[in-house]
Ligand binder design. Structure first.
Ligand code: ZN
Length: 281
């Protein structure tokens, strides 16, 4: 069940409070708004207007497991292995918390890579499954500050999670509180600078951002490198790396081969999904 609330909060990225700074950016399968102060694109209409809150507690099912799959998105394996490998280059071992761990696919990858893992997941079905399949502690609930004592972890990861959270600043504040000195935060999010959004902006044709591959109902916001830098900087993190694209890890077949050639260019121009790694200040 989803809830509609009237938001009195400022822009979740830059803190803008002036309702005149928010304009409609996309009016199609759903409405997206742009904060003109920081250029964040989101379902957040502006302070004083209503927005929809998604409830993940009873969402999802285990059909993938009935079909013999260990995880829901096996095609994500290369991208997740890439992220775990990049963490390992910075810190060899330590306590890792995966926020919004879903069915536990990334948690499992991190355990195998040698980290001591815990997870948080809103969906009861998925948190039970993740706990069973990864043999890690997985707490069912919304990620909040009072969930763990301060300085409990060396690494906190939010992989394809921040775009679903109504107030990403709260999640980053909690992560900052739960990380030890020099702790690492890892964020992977879809980008408003992805090829389908760029095609839409060039042509105005909504088919480029149809629900299946572009504007997704449960996404609260769409970042670009600038807004991720803004958001993480505001919550006490310093960039270690920010890469975009990573097609060679995300796709198979032709696109994977293409990725090897064009990933450096996608990264140079900030095109495609974003992977950010930062250190607690
Ligand atoms: Zn803003």
């Amino acid at each position: 069940m989803n809830t509609e609330i009237y938001s009195t909060n400022p822009c979740p990225v830059c803190g803008e409070t002036d309702p005149d700074c928010f304009r409609i950016w996309f009016d199609g399968h759903l409405k997206l708004f742009r904060c003109h102060t920081c250029s964040f694109i989101s379902a957040f209409p502006s302070p004083g207007k209503s927005s929809v809150i998604y409830d993940y507690s009873d969402l999802y099912n285990l059909d993938f497991a009935k079909n013999g799959q260990k995880f829901m998105y096996p095609e994500r394996e290369n991208a997740l292995t890439d992220i775990a490998g990049r963490i390992k280059k910075i810190i060899k071992t330590g306590d890792l918390l995966d926020v919004g761990c879903g069915d536990g696919q990334f948690l499992y990858r991190c355990s195998v890579t040698g980290f001591n893992c815990k997870g948080v997941e809103e969906s009861k079905i998925l948190s039970d499954y993740a706990s069973k399949v990864t043999k890690s502690d997985v707490i069912c609930g919304k990620y909040v500050k009072d969930m763990f004592p301060p300085q409990s972890f060396d690494i906190i990861t939010l992989v394809q999670v921040l775009e679903h959270i109504q107030d990403p600043g709260n999640a980053l504040e909690a992560a900052h509180y739960h990380l030890r000195e020099n702790g690492i935060i890892v964020i992977e999010v879809p980008s408003v600078n992805s090829p389908h959004f760029l095609a839409y902006r060039l042509t105005g044709l909504q088919k480029f951002v149809k629900n299946s591959n572009g504007v997704i109902y449960s996404h609260v916001g769409y970042h670009k490198p600038k807004t991720i830098m803004n958001l993480t900087g505001r919550h006490g993190f310093v960039k270690i790396l920010l890469v975009t694209g990573r097609w060679q890890y995300k796709y198979s077949g032709f696109l994977r081969l293409t990725g090897r050639g064009i990933d450096p260019a996608l990264n140079l121009f900030g095109i495609g999904g974003i992977l950010y790694m930062g250190r607690k200040k």
